[in-house]
Write a new protein. Sequence first.
Length: 204
Amino acid sequence: MDPGFVLTDTVKGVQGSDEEMESMIPQPSTPRLRRCGYCLLQQPMRAKHCQTCKRCVRRFDHHCPWIKNCVGERNHRWFIVYLLVQLLALLWALHIALSGISPTITWELWFRVNGFLLAVLGVVGIFSMVVVLLLGCHLYLVSINCTTWEFMSRHRISYLKNCGSEENPFDRGVFCNLWDFFCICRTVVWEQMYSRTRNPTNSV
């Protein structure tokens, strides 16, 4: 499905520039859209150009080779469901393989009879651990409202590199982050959230 491709451009006559060199935000309090250096569209905050899809994706997380698509704002929750279903299928395969192991009189005969199932258990077990780790990482990032791209490339992203190492301007707390991610289907204007977070109201 569409991961949230950036389709429109509201600013005309702006020349394209390198994605990592042009500053998205001239000042911490003034968010500004930037021009993609590849497709020349104006990028919303948290969007990134995918070299494989050759499109800009809103709230870009990563490009997944297994689904041959980007994971972004519109399909990230379905990617989590995909991982969960995949994990359930692997656990079911582990259960079937374990239930097929037959007891024998000697160890040598046992390995000979159950050798294929043991190999299956090893392969499925490795895949299960990989999916568990991947699912756990994504749920953690969702709980802090961070993407894989932002987590891995924080030092190169202009709207994050000036924040503290533990500061995330999009984090609204675990409950709100999870609720917004799984229960609210809409396009978020991240520039507004960033402005509110970076400019808190001073209390007297």
